[in-house]
Ligand binder design. Structure first.
Ligand code: PEP
Length: 251
């Protein structure tokens, strides 16, 4: 059956000065034609680097994205950045609902939903993040929590082209811990089943579902081989070209 083109996405979080742009050039140099045929690569730097990162990525086939956006197009929202601004700066994706945004900025599913709609309004692909906390996993609520996040965070109108789902267990992010392959498979299978209801049965197999949380070159091959895992969202290991391309080499 049809499979999506894998996406390996880097989330630099609040890391990276201008000097980090050389990593994008190095990633581009290592993104060889054989790998380009197989996968897509994306780097989401902090806002001040989106425009120069897009310039650094010209000719590399590496896409650039934002890590968040405001729901509105413009206006009196000091410190916020709109999806239109990201698009204008050269971004083609934006992460919405990352667990650090949900926690640090109290973003609800409704807020994430509005941000995903803003992404689409600006022509960006929305990477909608979902995932359970340690407590939720321990009491057996993982599938229920993730299902609720999906239903609340994904707007009507989702397609395989405008939506990527990232499953990121909160307890695995930046922790050096990952779920077992079986646990990842269980959650991704549930997400795929939900997507059949959201985008329809023809489109659902083509929506990319990324796994995120402590993906490294040493565990990427095992995680990327799990059924319904169509790529990775990578934090810490996306900052250096050697690590990020080591993960991409899992394909
Ligand atoms: C993330 O921030 O999306 C992430 C997965 O981080 P890390 O890879 O560092 O766990």
């Amino acid at each position: 059956s049809a499979r999506p083109r894998p996406l390996v996405a880097g989330n630099w979080k609040m890391n990276g000065l201008k000097s980090a742009l050389k990593e994008i050039a190095a990633m581009g140099a290592e993104f060889d034609p054989a790998l380009k045929r197989k996968i897509d690569l994306l780097i989401c730097p902090p806002f001040p680097l989106v425009y120069p990162a897009a310039a650094a990525a010209i000719g590399t086939r590496i896409a650039v994205g934002g890590q968040d956006c405001h729901a509105k197009e413009s206006g009196a929202h000091t410190g916020d950045v709109s999806a239109e601004m990201l698009s204008d700066a050269g971004a083609s994706y934006v992460i919405v609902g990352h667990s650090e945004r949900r926690t640090d900025h109290k973003e609800s599913d409704a807020v994430v939903n509005a941000k995903a709609q803003a992404a689409w309004r600006a022509g960006l692909t929305a990477i909608v993040c979902v995932g359970e906390t340690k407590d939720e996993r321990e009491v057996g609520r993982t599938l229920a929590v993730v299902k609720k996040q999906l239903r609340g965070s994904i707007p009507d109108g989702a397609t395989a082209a405008n939506l990527v789902v990232a499953y990121e267990p909160v307890w695995a992010i930046g922790a050096g811990l990952t779920p077992t392959a079986k646990d990842v498979e269980e959650v991704h299978a549930m997400i795929r089943a939900e997507l059949r209801k959201i985008v329809g049965k023809d489109e659902a197999p083509l929506v990319r579902i990324l796994y995120g949380g402590s993906v490294k070159p040493s565990n990427a091959a095992e995680l990327m081989a799990v059924p319904d895992v169509d790529g990775a969202l990578v934090g810490g290991a996306s900052l250096k070209a050697a690590d990020f391309m080591g993960i991409a080499a899992a394909y």
